[in-house]
Design a protein around this ligand. Sequence first.
Ligand code: ADP
Ligand code: MG
Length: 696
Amino acid sequence: MSRRPEILFPLFADLKGLDGVGPRTAEHFAKMDVEKPRDLLFTLPHNIVDRKIISSINQAELPSVVTVEVEVGLHQPNAVKGKPYRVMVQDAETSFQLVFFHAHADWLRKQLPAGQRRVISGKLEIFDGLAQMVHPDYILRAGEIEQIPQIEAIYPLTAGITQKIIHKAALSVLERVSDLPEWIEPSVLKKNEWPAWKDAIIAAHSPTTPSDLSATSKARERLAYDEFLAHQTTLSLARANKRRAKGFTTSGTGILRNKVLAALPYKPTHAQSRSIDEITGDMAGDKRMSRLLQGDVGSGKTLVAFMALLTTVEAKGQGVMMAPTEILARQHLAALQPLAEQAGVVLEILTGRDKGKERKAKLEALAEGNIHILVGTHAVFQKDVEFADLRLAIIDEQHRFGVRQRMDLSAKGIAVDVLVMTATPIPRSLELANYGDMDISVLDEKPPGRKPVETVLVSNTRLDQVITRLKSAIKDGRQIYWVCPLVEESEVVDFAAAEDRYRSLRLALGEECVGLVHGQMPHAQKDAAMAAFQSGKTSVLVATTVIEVGVDIPNASIMVVEQAEHFGLAQLHQLRGRVGRGAQASTCLLMYAPPLGEVAERRLTVMRETDDGFRIAEEDLKLRGAGDLLGVAQSGLPRFRIGDLEVQADLMKIAFDDARLLINQDPTLKSPRGDAVRTLLFLMEQDKAIRLLSVG
Ligand code: ADP
Ligand code: MG
């Protein structure tokens, strides 16, 4: 059933079967990720060259590719070894030189007999004031001119692969292409006026105008959609598969939740209530939950998570919440334990720090069901951690973990409801690309009373003024984060910078009131620094980006970021989100080293102009590109050969809807269209989807 359809065999055959591809060339192709004829099919030209004949090179703007008819003149063989062989030629108006290095004189005399007419085509440039063409691409008799393509496609190359080689090989793949069954929903195809697959692929390899090269050309748009549809079908199949897996039915009584809500000094926002309902609704169903909770920094995700965790306890089960850093795990403990205690719920923490007897005792309590809710770092999923009745796993700040770890959860046999939470405002297109296999709840509303954070750009030449300003802020009882730059990807360098700044600020502001926290510190010191800042003992906390995520100290109202131009926008947004949580008006000082480049200035200006995480993410995407946005290591973003998420987000959305609908109606891809989509999945090498199909 799940075998590659025969119609695709030629595209998955040996690359060496293509015209002009021997073992050496095949090796070179591999360097550009072309290993099968299919890969070549999806390697499209990125430029075109016009080879229409002109009567004289005088009509061309040099340097450029020209095609002219000439009369061959004098040969000037290379007198000295290493010097080029030159041939004078004359077109209708003027003369120029053809230049050959390492020339074979005999061959050249045969190709270019003096006094005869030839059509030549190649790149003409001015060198030492003379027009010359080095190694023409074509030298033909006048009657053979139709051998020169009027418009020639230019492919991306790698060492060892020339345009001639790739053209020949591409042509020979195109000859093997058959009509494939149509996998695109007919109405989508019609509405977008897309060509059939075969026509699209042929057209994409034969551009004749610059607009044929654009992502919005009908042919390329269709091919991009094919990629997105294959990807979304995979995610939809994964989602359907997960949902088919039986889960627990966890419905709570509401008693614990109501107790906690009554003890809170505030009411949940509408968005929080809605998300809580969506989540507890999933948990009450017998399908396994796989849900993403997305909410900008400060939108109150922790409360939503806690309500879900309490629901498991009401149902006599257990819940676990994993945070990406120790600091954050401790903060969850500090915020939630008092509330849990009031409701008679036992909440504990487990991190890499727990060792020996104490750890053993915690593990036993967990296994016996005496701990109801566990928070911690990834230590909570170590092999020997066993629960009596685990129902729900929550992953906080999931973008810090990466997609793979999320997928790993179920691989570890944790067959529980899963809720992942992220504050990274992901543009819709990336969200669909990355989380299309999950259901999504969004906190699109912040708790009331938040004051917007005023953001100021400050040159680092004004460091003294900044420090003076901090002095008076400290007198007013305000608290300040001071974030040191991410100099390199190296923690060591980072913390050296932070320690330097820590020393200089202690000198300037007083020893007592400045604290320091960074990732390399011993645990106890880290805790002490956070606690001192939390309790107001220190007024300034110098930190590396360890405080980027999740830290919640409402009294802190000033954020200073050094060398802000080196941070990603999403990161700056996260950092800025550390302030503006209390009653006071807050300020974020983004310091930079002048002069700022154009892009850097635009990025920092975006930060100053908006506080909207989604807008910032969109701008970031525009300025940096999709791969970069989430960070290479953590993105797990699919790579598309033709599709471009940055400009074709709308196509991803259509593919998302279409795939969900298809998989709902035809979960095993048995209908005729389903069968066509199967062919697409093979064509796009969606192995994961194909495996899911064979299981299902
Ligand atoms: P994040 O979504 O960034 O994880 P948190 O859950 O840390 O946000 O919440 C940020 C702050 O907002 C916390 O101090 C929390 O107590 C507070 N908070 C959460 N929900 C509300 C609400 N509905 N009204 C007022 N404050 C709230
Ligand atoms: Mg949080």
